[in-house]
Write a protein that binds this ligand. Structure first.
Ligand code: AMP
Ligand code: MG
Length: 497
């Protein structure tokens, strides 16, 4: 691979000329109750750990020059035209309402690319803000690298997500469970407007701010709805559709977000805030990764319901703009939110049909899919590998599993009812069933190598493999595709490769 997504020791040749910054500040024209202007707090010794050249290029930035300027990504030196601010927002965390805001993040501005795209450039871990509450405003290297790896993997999987431009270490310790190296992540997002941003304006009873935020969000993310008769209703509908699509995509690759608080749901429809997230190995709807999620509120199987719950909080915040009469506003909101289940189902069915190689829609498709999932759950079959195995031509051990055969016969019968050839079916399945996902133990291994041994090679190899999940350039080494918990025999029994 000639152009690596990370910079280790070898730096590319610097390009002459401008760094490419073209920062605008449309968010800072919104009412002042939505943010606080302040600079990042400089750190002791910025050092570049990872730099995303491909993303820099897409942003119109001079990657080869910027990769040599860790001070910019640490907040010690501001890019040309930056007007830093911390965004205010509230949120329901595990169901409880709280005032939050960027407690450790600062928006430098919106980079407008040569082809007119607008991207937030945010430093995460950049020091205390008026919203820090009791936090230190800082981030540890491990979690920032984890966000880098998983967000870039999501992008490669074709799932809307915020992205990661760089991670630098600060030369300062942070105190979490023990002492860890401090780090700052540069996050790139379509915007950082959250459900919680609307909750903040609504909780302050500031209808003018709420109205401005609705108009702004429509113009920025749903321009075709900007002239809608009831803008707040148009926004709610548009966001519901995008969230239904996003959550269906998560479900189809086994992604568990882990902290679906309303402050972690973006109006753009991007996946945002990678904390205790992970991909499921063995299929089980109860899968939970966050150690503090004791009741499984944010378990894999609950994600669609939680999305609906979060959208209901958005609808609630928008009530004063939905209708002058509160009673009618509530009726309108309820009628909209009720539609989410069907919206999600439609998206999920479309996704699962593609995973099964189906081009057409039939009544029994949901039952067919559920039959497979039930079998997978009973056998603790690996979610990713089972689907990828089904995408392959030859007979495998998977097909010899007795309980599986009934389902397989039904599936083959169903495939026979559509006009597409076996080759077309396989191509569709390969394009919709990733061969590789960021397995938790591989991510942990990469983080440990980076944080404990200063070895970035492990992460670099992982990033290279994750960059082509559907159409790998060669055979993927088994270490990247074998689930961690599986005994070698167990893995081969159900998903032998
Ligand atoms: P998160 O769980 O990352 O979505 O964060 C929830 C809230 O806590 C947000 O308002 C963050 O800005 C804030 N927060 C998280 N970690 C810190 C920290 N170390 N210092 C200050 N605020 C933080
Ligand atoms: Mg958050």
């Amino acid at each position: 691979m000639s152009e690596s997504v990370i910079s280790s020791s070898a730096s590319p040749t610097p390009a002459p000329g401008s760094l490419g910054w073209n920062l605008e500040h449309s968010y800072a024209r919104l009412p002042g109750m939505l943010y606080e202007h302040l600079d990042p707090t400089p750190v002791k010794e910025p050092r570049m750990v990872v730099f995303n050249y491909e993303l820099a290029k897409r942003l119109g930035l001079n990657g080869s020059a910027l990769a040599r300027q860790p001070e910019v990504f640490a907040g010690n030196v501001l890019p040309d035209g930056a007007k830093p601010l911390a965004q205010a927002y509230a949120g329901h965390q595990y169901g409880n309402f709280t005032g939050l805001g960027d407690g450790r993040a600062i928006l430098l501005g919106e980079q407008v690319t040569p082809n007119g795209e607008r991207w937030d450039v945010q430093l995460k871990g950049s020091g205390p803000t008026p919203f820090s509450r009791r936090g230190d405003g800082r981030a540890a290297l491990g979690p920032m690298l984890r966000e880098f790896i998983v967000s870039e993997a999501m992008e490669a999987l074709g799932i809307p997500t915020t992205r990661s431009l760089a991670v630098v270490t600060t030369g300062e310790p942070v105190y979490r469970q023990g002492v860890q190296p401090g780090a700052v992540l540069t996050r790139i997002a379509a915007s950082h407007i959250r459900v919680g941003t609307f909750e903040w304006a609504a909780a302050h009873g500031d209808h003018a701010a709420l109205r401005a935020l609705v108009d702004y969000t429509l113009r920025r993310h749903y321009p075709d709805q900007a002239a809608a008769e009831v803008p707040a209703l148009a926004l709610l509908r548009a966001v519901m559709e995008r969230q239904a699509r996003l959550i269906a995509q998560w479900q189809c690759v086994g992604f568990v977000h882990g902290v679906m608080n309303t402050d972690n749901m973006a109006l753009s429809g991007e996946t945002i805030d990678y904390g205790p997230c992970a991909f499921m190995d063995a299929f089980d709807p109860a899968t939970v990764f966050s150690s503090i999620d004791r009741h499984g509120r944010y378990a894999y199987g609950n994600q669609p319901q939680i999305a609906q719950w979060n959208l209901a909080r958005l609808a609630e915040a928008l009530l004063p703009l939905l209708h002058a009469e509160e009673k009618q506003a509530i009726e309108l909101a309820n009628a909209e939110i009720e539609r989410f289940k069907a919206l999600f189902e439609e998206r999920w069915l479309a996704g699962i049909r593609a995973k099964l190689g189906l081009f057409t829609a039939e009544e029994g498709d949901r039952a067919l899919a559920e039959g497979l999932l039930l079998w997978m759950r009973e056998k603790k079959a690996d979610f990713t590998n089972t689907f990828r195995e089904l995408s392959k031509d030859g007979k495998t051990l998977l097909y010899d599993e007795a309980a599986f055969k009934d389902w397989h016969v039904q599936w083959q019968r169903r495939l026979g009812q559509q006009p597409q050839s076996a080759e077309e079916v396989q191509a569709r399945m390969r394009a919709n069933n990733p061969a590789v996902i960021p397995r938790n133990h591989k991510v942990e291994e990469a983080l440990a190598a980076a944080a404990e041994r200063n070895d970035l090679g492990v992460m670099q190899r992982l990033l290279e493999v994750l960059a082509r999940p559907y159409d790998p350039s060669g055979e993927i080494p088994a270490e990247y595709t074998t689930p961690s918990g599986a005994q070698p025999g167990e893995y081969q029994t159900f998903c032998g490769t």
